[in-house]
Design a protein around this ligand. Structure first.
Ligand code: NAD
Length: 463
């Protein structure tokens, strides 16, 4: 793992002032300038696929296929923004009635200003660059602060941004708490934070002090319901696939499963069968390309949750502190007050809770903090209706896990404790844009104003 060179605290003020100079120069206002930068970002990802794959492997043990997915999303989203920029940035013309119909009024998306993006470690490339795509598209100069927990990626991000993007407009600040705290003492025009709720609260407090608009992309415990009417084999395969992406270190993965007791034996059997197919060898065999837990602290946190479970481990459970690997682990018959239900697991442990009736699961979910997503394997319209009516979450997804992110045009974000604000596609552009009203009142409007000028008279009211 490479040592991460932190940005000097003394340089942060100069970086901030420099970005303001760029903003005030108006150089990012033309759509052509922004489009060129978006193409540059796509090029950055495309040209450096192997370097990015290697960095993700060093920091997270990510297999090339998963790393390529991160890179592909950066390329796809940059190109989409470049191609749709004209449409997104077009002024919206309200319909004006009566004597105002000849006036000129428009709602014009303009860059909000100089923005700060704070990224997490779990998808260090895509979760750094995806918000940056929105900032570039909207015409905002930006500081990008990658996570210090993935130092090889953070080093590469700094190098590639300075090499491919306009250095007067997009700057990477590397560092940890002190550097981020220093960044937060400045007045940004938008802060985009992705990470856990505890740090999210610190960022929200700093933003609140300066009345800075904020996007919080946080986490939560995403439940999955396995209903009686579903194809349990398909459900098991899809849930296990999502849980094993990036060793479960994924904000929208399945956190835990509620299965109706009558189909629980078949579901466990299907999970074990999928497990054997996905992992014909030990997950720790280098050929399997199993990801590692990002840090010893997270490894110890997940181990502690598993050590204290009252459920029964039916697959996995092995750990290797030297490689920081935890095998994909399925835990059956987990009670609702279990250690595995205390916090977002963010690791490869899949607890399965059994319920007699689906309503028990819905009741439990409705009493918890609002997660990023609720998943349900079902075709029952009644169950779908109950979920919409009785629970809250950023998204509801039926019959798969995590794949909602592939659906173009869906704004991504949480609700309640999983965050606020959205991004991806046009939502990213909107996040970093201010919709500015521009109105021209023509001289020809004068006759309708005659009564507004002093001295006021009763006649004027009568007219
Ligand atoms: P984190 O909150 O620990 O760190 C996120 C960022 O905050 C890092 O860049 C870090 O340097 C910075 N930071 C750390 N301490 C800080 C402080 N005191 N003040 C200001 N900034 C500080 O999050 P993480 O561990 O990197 O990510 C895991 C969490 O993020 C999980 O809860 C996960 O669900 C969530 N997440 C959410 C999304 C989403 O899109 N909603 C995506 C990925 C991860």
């Amino acid at each position: 793992m490479s040592a991460l060179e932190f940005t000097s605290i003394a340089d942060i003020e100069g970086i901030y002032n420099g970005l303001h100079t760029t903003y005030r120069s108006g150089k990012l206002f033309p759509l052509d300038t922004r489009r060129k930068q978006l193409y540059q970002l796509a090029r950055l990802a495309q040209d450096n696929l192997s370097a990015i794959e290697a960095a993700l492997h060093v920091d997270l043990g990510k297999p090339p296929l998963e790393a390529a997915g991160e890179v592909a999303s950066i390329v796809r989203n940059s190109l989409q923004a470049a191609e749709q920029l004209e449409e997104w940035a077009a002024p919206v013309k309200p319909t004006l009635q009566g004597p105002m119909s000849s006036w000129d009024a428009a709602i014009c998306p303009v860059p909000k200003g100089v923005v700060l993006i704070i990224a997490p470690w779990n998808y260090p490339m895509s979760l750094s660059f995806s918000p940056l795509i929105g900032a570039i598209a909207a015409g905002c100069p930006a500081v990008l602060k990658p996570s210090e927990h993935t130092p090889t990626c953070a080093t590469l991000i700094a190098q590639l941004v300075s090499q491919y993007l306009d250095p007067e407009a997009y700057i990477v600040v590397n560092g940890a708490v002190v550097e981020t705290t220093t960044l937060l003492t400045h007045r940004w025009d938008h802060i985009f934070f992705t990470g856990g709720g505890n740090i999210g609260r610190i960022v929200a407090a700093a933003a609140g002090e300066k009345l800075t608009p904020l996007t919080l992309e946080l986490g939560g415990k995403n439940p999955v319901i396995v209903a009686e009417d579903c194809d349990v084999e398909l459900a098991a395969k899809r849930i296990l696939w999502a849980k094993t992406q990036n060793a479960g270190q994924l904000c929208v993965t399945a956190d835990h499963v509620f299965v109706v007791r009558s189909v629980a034996p078949a579901f466990y059997e299907a999970l074990l069968s999928a497990y054997r197919r996905f992992f014909p060898k030990s997950p720790f065999d280098p050929e399997v390309q199993w990801s590692k837990i990002v840090s010893l602290a997270h490894y110890a946190r997940i181990k502690d949750l598993l050590d204290r479970t009252k459920g029964t481990v039916i697959a996995g459970g092995e750990m290797d502190v030297d490689t920081r690997q935890i095998a994909p682990t399925i835990v059956a018959e987990v009670p609702v007050d279990d250690s595995l239900m205390e916090e977002e697991i963010f690791g490869p442990i899949l607890p399965v809770l059994e319920v007699n009736r689906i309503e028990e699961a819905i009741k439990h979910i409705s009493m918890q903090s609002s997660p990023l997503a609720i998943y349900a394997f079902t075709h029952s319209e009644d169950l779908k209706h109950q979920l919409m009516a009785k629970t809250r979450s950023g998204a509801v997804v039926y019959n798969d896990v995590f794949t909602q992110l592939r659906v173009q045009g869906l704004p991504f974000g949480g609700s309640g404790e999983s965050g606020y604000g959205t991004y991806f596609g046009k939502a990213s552009f909107d996040t970093f844009s201010h919709y500015r009203n521009v109105v021209n009142i023509p001289p020809s409007a004068e006759p309708m104003f005659l009564s507004r000028y002093r001295p006021y008279s009763e006649d004027a009211y009568a007219a």
